[in-house]
Design a protein around this ligand. Sequence first.
Ligand code: GLA
Length: 379
Amino acid sequence: MIKITSLKEEFCNRFGCDGFVYAAPGRINLIGEHTDYNGGFVLPGAVEQSIVAVIKPNGSKRVNAYACDMQMQYGFDIDDPTGPEPVHARYVYGVVREMMSAGVKVEGFDVVYGGDVPLGAGMSSSAALECCFAMAMNEIFKGGLDRMTLARIGQATEHKYIGVKCGIMDQFASMHGRRGALMRLDCRNGEFEYFPWKPVGYRLVLVNSCVKHELVGSPYNERRESCERVAELAGVETLRDCTWEQLDALKLRLSETDYRRARYVLGEADRVRNVCDAMQCGDFEAIGEQMYLTHEGLSKDYEVSCDEIDFLVEVARQCGVTGSRIMGGGFGGCTVNLVKDEMYDNFVSTAVQAYKTRFGIDCTIIPVVIGDGARRILD
Ligand code: GLA
């Protein structure tokens, strides 16, 4: 758990002792990967790992920020049309500018922030950062925007200021999370419902490979472009509306790569449906089976896995883990594993040891606790 007292102390030393405290979490996703920007369904939940900000308006037009984890101090004027260059600063600048475009009367503020969402792990540390600031500014400057609008502001920040054409899943989950519940979101119309997550006899655990092969957002954006090309040829708005028959009819007009990517997306839509059915009757074995299939699709068809992650999924399979797959955008990060209680200890120690032997890297084990969404933290 992140140490809020040390962030408050840092704020106190730099800016005075009366800041407001806001937090927004990272997320896991049970299933429904790369479906959000295709208008499909996702099944995420917020986690306890969060970004926390201590923040206070300063009566000027300037933002003075200190990012504790990077020991990085930076500032910008809210009216500056270009903003700061460091990527990390651009997240905060982007949220400020998007809030202003949405009509919120943002003013300057002082802020100290930090968190315990591992970076590059596929747990959406950047969405947590965006949502934490969007939530704080909305309340402090009385923006009156609802949570979905704030989530979209986070997404727009990724698109316009970072260059990652992400879907809405991460920011949605960070904003709407609820302790003990996953959420099924229809990414086409924003409707969602909470699903209590009580996997009696099983637990979810992340294994963080601690590798990240993607340097910028481009491989992610390329996947999205493939999907959009296929949707256009099929004459539908997004792949959500493309049937297997339509896809097969198009096969000869598509590049091999585009065809495989679209095939993954259609398959994943089926798997999300299967998992929702399995959840209704508590069939965790069926859920696990779909998770392995998702991994196969993400690895072979969508090509967003890597050797390290494929290895961790294979170790899970050999240990008898119920379900295992790469989580999030891909190219490294975590596997999400559905494990029977009695197999947990053996799986964790085997994975740590085998991974170290094979790659010389210590992976980290992150037990999943489904937590609440973005909020103000009162003393
Ligand atoms: C990243 C993006 C999300 C989503 C996932 C893949 O986390 O930010 O919008 O597309 O990848 O499911």
